[in-house]
Design a protein around this ligand. Sequence first.
Ligand SMILES: [Zn+2]
Ligand SMILES: [Zn+2]
Length: 258
Amino acid sequence: MRIQLLPSTFDSQGQATLDQRLTCFLIDECVAVDAGSIALALSNEQRNTVRDIIVTHPHMDHIASLPIFIDDLYPVLTTPMRIHATPEVIGLLERDIFNWNVYPRFSELKNDYGPVMEYVPIPIDEEFKVAHLTVVAVPVNHIVPTVGLLIKDDMTTVAFSSDTFETEDFWKVVNRAPAVKALLIEASFPDSMAALAEVSRHFTPASLKRELGKLSHNGLEILAVHIKPAYRDTIIEQLAALKIPGLGVMEPGRNYEF
Ligand SMILES: [Zn+2]
Ligand SMILES: [Zn+2]
């Protein structure tokens, strides 16, 4: 399984930087998990192949450029863009984003080929298919309805925490998988901001370490994501000081093969 955390910030020469302001993971060039930077960072080729987007929750950093992406592709979509999300999240997207005020309600619009956007409600704690992938969604502990994901293809299983603080069901789903190759987990704030991290339902390096005590798999790659750019250096230092085997920081723009 090939996964890239799409870049979301570019320097004055147009080169992607390592700061992550938005969240969008591209899997095997065709499925996106969240859509923060989807309209900014995909190549033209990738824009032609991504037709399935799983939205874990409706926070702006995860959906910022989703409306723009569908707008861009509007005339060329020969099949609808499929938005996979829980019914709750679909309701929030329709109410707050695709509401004719912030942006058009694409789910009601057609181009020459037919509908341009389609919602696919996803179940909780039950397998469903997205393109060639098999996915399980499980609620995590964030301040809006949010799911973590276990995603597998024929060879590999990868877990995505999405945005969360201490949680239980996610680990049950991860731990019951026969093997997990990689865990992409958030580490948003430095340890000095533990109080804010807790009220906004995010991890710090210290709370992430406690949380990883719930993981029963060994030897997997653990990649920290969702690191707030303002505290990036501190968070990376604090993560390194934990000396957790396999723990690293995911680099935006790099292709990871699991
Ligand atoms: Zn969030
Ligand atoms: Zn977020």
